[in-house]
Design a protein around this ligand. Structure first.
Ligand SMILES: Cc1ncc(COP(=O)(O)O)c(C=O)c1O
Length: 377
């Protein structure tokens, strides 16, 4: 795009890592081992260490990771799993696929993440109706840590499994602890636009629970517990060696990439914060260190601003225009417009602007200038 600013340009990351990645890929191609080999094993070990957990299991995608966690937990079919409606569809899709009922909870408008107060109220409401709840899926949306410490405590008290969807938040921290190390297990995605990303699909599950990790390993290999002996209904849920080799190359510079994300986020904040109330930011919790994969603003006249920016060559996205509780596929869950007011308000105001580690400050400045010009500032 001439003089335009891309929302994300994956080719820039490729150029940055090209020689090292090509060498790593070639090594795998020449090795003759394409699945369940040394690259997968090493990546699992390195990422478990990075996250501060005892087990990491490589899987085919973030979606498959979340699904395998639910399947391994074997949650009773007559229970509900609570989750936010302000998230990517996969967070909910896996609940339905596991044969359990999803139930939506409103967000904290400050952070955009599931609200603990709403979680408490929803649990009481469902229990009063004689319904059972077995788990909560917590998403740290855009890479901004959710209220993980308090939600973990709440889940312990209420005997609920807490599962983290960290697909947008790999590398983020809360009070010095990595997002993804709270609750019973978490799953991340290596989709090409994510913080730690592959050149295709991939994902990883993290847990400190050895029996759970072991079961997940069986499940992702068709439920095979010994050669051609099947104790579980499993899936083909593997990650491949080429992607793992690429991810290991990128992991070596991951902390520097996180710093670039941090710097860019700071730049946007510093240069846009006086536009309040036209432009507002999602807040971070006091001890949170976000790892933004997507940078989003709450803006007034969203559609007009988006059209203006696109006319000016600045590519923007709306994550997410329609919350999950109002999507046709989840009609049966029984929600209607107005049921999750904070989620619905955010969907009307949210706008995601160009953001990736290889975006230049000149490009970010152009984004800032155009947003300021739109509001006459
Ligand atoms: C919040 C969230 N959950 C789940 C997923 C699914 O990950 P994947 O695309 O690797 O299946 C994504 C990624 O797109 C996501 O953003």
């Amino acid at each position: 795009m001439d003089n335009g600013v891309p929302f994300m340009d994956l080719k820039r990351a490729y150029s940055h890592y090209r020689d090292k990645i090509e060498e790593a890929v070639l090594k795998v191609l020449r090795s003759g081992v394409y699945l369940n080999g040394p690259e997968t094993e090493s990546l699992e070990r390195e990422l478990a260490e990075f996250l501060g957990v005892t087990h990491a299991v490589g899987v085919a995608s973030g979606t498959e990771g979340l699904h395998l966690i639910l399947q391994a937990l074997d949650l009773p079919r007559d229970t509900y799993v609570l989750l936010p409606a302000f998230t990517f569809v996969a967070t909910c899709e896996v609940v339905v696929r596991a044969g359990i009922s999803p139930y939506f909870v409103d967000i904290d408008p400050k952070t955009g993440n599931i609200s603990l107060d709403a979680l408490r109220d929803t649990l009481v409401k469902l229990r009063n109706k004689g319904k059972k709840v077995s788990a909560v899926i917590v998403v740290s949306i855009f890479g901004n840590p959710a209220d993980l410490i308090n939600i973990e405590e709440f889940c312990k008290d209420e005997r609920l499994h807490m599962i983290e969807d960290i697909c947008q938040a790999f590398g983020a921290e809360l009070d010095g602890k990595k997002v993804g190390s709270f609750g019973i297990a978490s799953a991340t995605s290596f989709y090409p636009t994510k913080n730690l990303s592959a050149f295709g699909d991939g994902g990883m599950i993290f847990t400190n629970d050895f029996p759970l990790a072991k079961k997940i390993r069986y499940l992702k290999e068709h439920g095979q517990t010994a050669p051609y002996y099947y104790e579980y209904h499993g899936v083909n849920g593997r990650i491949d060696e080429i992607q793992c080799a690429i991810l290991r190359v990128k992991l070596r510079e991951f902390r520097e990439e996180l710093k670039k994300r941090e710097k860019l986020a700071e730049f946007y904040r510093e240069n846009l914060q006086d536009l309040y109330p036209y432009v507002r930011f999602l807040e971070t919790l006091p001890k949170a260190k976000p790892a933004y994969s997507i940078y989003s603003l709450r803006v007034e006249r969203r559609e007009e601003l988006k059209a203006y920016l696109e006319r000016e060559g600045i590519s923007c996205r709306v994550y997410y225009p329609i919350p999950l509780h109002l999507q046709p596929i989840y009609k049966d869950v029984g929600f209607k417009q107005g049921d999750l007011p904070e989620t619905e308000a955010l969907c009307e105001e949210i706008l995601s602007i160009p953001f990736f580690p290889y975006l230049t400050l000149e490009e970010a400045l152009k984004v800032v200038q155009k947003i300021r010009a739109f509001y006459g500032k």
